[in-house]
Design a protein around this ligand. Structure first.
Ligand code: ADP
Ligand code: MG
Length: 728
């Protein structure tokens, strides 16, 4: 087995940089080749159908079933020209991944033959037998059907020979069972609320879009080496492994030159992504060895989420062609950085204004401050819920470690924006000045654009940072469906903007000047949400104490953090904005707890298995070799010399014995804890038991395994080591 490890590692290190050459295609020529976008719609649909589709996409009007057949016809003609033979509804169930069930176009023609057919009916709606998807108890078996319904705002695309139709997934009784349906509702809500607020500043605004630019971090590991690690195979992360002598301490990987073999993978990935209309723009090495990042240009939020979901599976497929394994896990390796999925989020109007960009006029700047402050208020009021939205069994390992944000949500604004809010807070409005129209706001902040243009402040420990014309939600995990975070963020901002409008309108109704009313409300908000603003080091112990004093959510246990979804404020918010009902929230939490438990359960099994079947036998073998050595020395050497020379070996023999005894004793205790936890009925209590009583063994057991790795003969160690996994 150890020979196998050496063969695997040797083979990996000898791999030619360009085992598979990336195709020599030009991005601009293949852009959106595999997407049924507007250009293709124009080409393949009758004019009236095309116009109706554009109306559906741009104005969110419901899709008229009468045009569905014509759309399906056009789609099929286009797809068939590209060799497509199957179609599938493509949706995002609560598993966190995507789901698809391919159907052939092939149908009986009722005349004894067959035809290829794709009707409007199957384009628009399907009833997959979806009883095995998580639903948190919403569907009993007698109503096990779920519906998938086409989301016409996200274009249909082709993967291999299959036409993929983005859909929402809902239960027979209408509850959402996916991430897309509530995301679309949240986006509609933030559009409505933000448009109304925008109209204070520009009555011409008719629509507000949420934008999302996703920076996706990931690790690449040679496929053969990854295959020799059962923990990576089954859990996506290494459950053991001593740190390599060199990892990221020299900081020589970040933005370093990308290894040739990796560049070939990236080029191939970019071409395939661009064919699917995913505008990949940035690629670079990340901080940890073996870690990389890619980022498309930002897009409308729902589309950006779909694209990220497609991209994650595309990455796996293309990586396999290049003999790599992509690790999307948030913390695949101990001691080096984890991976996040930074969600750059902003709002923009149909008139072309980015609402988090300051402008040239007072009205523009007041609009800018309005949106910044309302966002801070939303993040402040729902900081616990926002944390719940990014929390998972996997992201739990990353938060608070190596350059990842801590498990406390706060917002970093940078010194310039902070001092600007101070000015607004301390300003007086025209009524207080008693001087007619001219406000203090107008006088004191004339140069916002210049100030913010060189806002280069960066704080990597901040979970929610202002970065020039957007907020960057950095706490989101690399493997997550970021719809989860986007549902909460957009809903919270929508709710807050509604409150803001009500507050301002109440003052105006009392006769206050509108601009003064806006300023007055903002001043109150700035004071109220101050606890969410934090510019310091998120890792420090002082911050934890300070955050608790400020009343921010400081819980670190994943199952308990999920409680935030069912708090009275959260339920009220989701219901008021019409995004999720109390019943849906409850069901979703059941799924979250159950998923958490299963992930920890799998990790516990793999850890126990590796400890007992790999580590202890190897360590004991090596121990026997040392004992053997002492016996043999005794046979040929004088007693005094044997004692002197075997003293060191005896120490190692004892040390190995101590480690193996600890490991087997604690694996047994962990198994007992698991058995006890399995008996618990409630999903929430079970998840808590897994967190408190099972997962708590992992680090203890790992510590002793990692110590053994340092002692045992390298030739006998079967699992590839960090130095072999991390360097390409
Ligand atoms: P950095 O690593 O410096 O934060 P990157 O260039 O890696 O920046 O990624 C920034 C991401 O933010 C890109 O996806 C970019 O398109 C996106 N972005 C830029 N402006 C906005 C905006 N106004 N709203 C949303 N996303 C944006
Ligand atoms: Mg970046």
């Amino acid at each position: 087995m150890s020979d196998l490890r050496f063969r695997v590692v040797e083979k990996a290190f000898c791999k030619s940089p360009a085992t598979v050459e990336a195709p020599e295609e030009r991005m601009d020529r293949v852009y959106a080749k595999h997407v049924f976008d507007r250009k293709k719609m124009f080409e393949y649909l009758p004019k009236a159908t095309y116009d109706a589709m554009i109306n559906v996409i741009d104005n969110g009007v419901a899709l008229d079933r009468s045009i569905a057949n014509a759309v399906a016809d056009g789609m099929k003609t286009w797809a068939s020209e590209l060799g497509v033979t199957h179609y599938t509804h493509w949706f995002q169930p609560l598993t966190g991944g995507t789901a698809e069930k391919h159907e052939s176009f092939f149908e009986y023609d009722q005349k004894g033959g067959v035809i290829e057919e794709f009707s409007g009916k199957v384009l628009v709606q399907q009833e997959p037998d979806a009883s095995s998807f998580p639903n948190g108890g919403i569907r009993n078996t007698f109503e096990a059907r779920g519906y998938t319904a086409w989301d016409a705002s996200s274009p249909v695309f082709i993967i291999d020979d299959t036409l993929c139709i983005p859909t929402i997934f809902i239960s027979y009784t209408g509850e959402s069972l996916d991430y897309k349906a509530p995301l679309l509702r949240a986006l509609r809500a933030v559009d409505k609320a933000a448009t109304e607020v925008c109209q204070y500043f520009n009555p011409g605004v008719k629509k507000v879009n949420a934008f999302l630019g996703i920076e996706q971090e990931y690790f690449l590991v040679d496929e053969d080496i990854a295959n020799a690690r059962p923990d990576l195979q089954l859990t996506g992360r290494t459950l053991m492994g001593h740190e390599a002598a060199k990892n990221q301490q020299l900081e020589d990987h970040y933005f370093g030159s990308i290894p040739r073999r990796v560049v070939e993978f990236m080029k191939d990935l970019e071409i395939e992504a661009v064919k699917l209309g995913i505008p990949l723009k940035t690629r670079h090495n990340e901080v940890a060895p073996g870690q990389f990042e890619l980022a498309p240009i930002y897009e409308e939020c729902n589309l950006a989420v779909d694209h990220n979901m497609i991209l994650m599976s595309l990455m796996q497929n293309i990586a396999a062609k290049h003999s790599f394994r992509v690790l999307l896990h948030e913390k695949p390796f101990k001691g080096v950085n984890g991976s996040g999925k930074h969600c750059n989020w902003s709002l923009g109007t149909d008139t072309g204004t980015l609402l988090y960009s300051p402008g040239k006029t007072t009205a523009d700047n007041l609009r800018f401050v309005t949106f910044v402050v309302n966002t801070l208020m939303a993040v402040y009021h729902h900081n616990g819920l926002l944390k719940a939205s990014i929390m998972s069994a996997t992201n739990e390992h990353r938060l608070g470690a190596n350059e990842a944000p801590p498990a406390i949500i706060s917002s970093f604004l940078g010194s310039q924006l902070s001092s600007m809010l101070d000015i607004v807070e301390n300003s007086v409005d025209s009524s207080e000045l008693g001087s007619g129209k001219k406000t203090a706001f107008n006088m004191d902040i004339p140069q916002i654009p210049e100030i913010l243009l060189d806002n280069t402040d960066r704080n990597r420990t901040s979970p929610f940072a202002f970065t020039g014309n957007r907020f960057e939600f950095r706490a989101v995990g690399s493997s997550a469906n970021c719809a989860c975070a986007m549902i909460v963020l957009n809903t919270a901002v929508a709710e807050q903007l509604k409150c803001f409008k009500a507050d301002v309108d109440a003052l105006v109704a009392k006769g206050e000047d509108q601009q003064d009313a806006i300023l007055k409300v903002l001043r109150g908000y700035i004071r109220e949400c101050k606890p969410i603003r934090f510019e310091g080091n998120g890792y420090s112990e002082e911050w934890k104490e300070e955050a608790a004093k400020r009343g921010l959510d400081c819980e670190t246990s994943c199952p308990l953090i999920f409680d935030n979804y069912e708090s009275p404020e959260s339920v009220a918010m989701f219901e008021a904005v019409g995004v999720l009902s109390a019943k849906e929230l409850k069901a979703r939490n059941e799924v979250k707890w159950e998923t958490y438990t299963k992930k920890i359960q799998i990790e516990a099994r793999v850890l126990g298995d590796l400890a007992m079947n790999h580590i202890i036998p190897i360590a004991t073998d090596y121990q026997s070799k040392l004992i053997d050595n002492i016996y043999k020395m005794t046979a040929i050497m004088p007693k005094e010399l044997t004692e002197e020379l075997s003293a060191e070996n005896l120490k190692i023999i004892t040390e190995i014995g101590r480690h193996t005894a600890f490991i087997s004793e604690h694996v047994e205790l962990m198994v007992e804890a698991r058995k006890a936890a399995n008996k618990i009925e409630s999903e929430r209590e079970k998840a808590i038991a897994y967190h408190d009583n099972v997962e708590s063994f992992f680090d203890k057991i790992r510590y002793h395994i990692d110590k053994l790795e340092l002692i045992v003969d390298d030739r006998m160690w079967t699992l590839p080591k960090y130095r072999e996994l991390l360097f390409i």
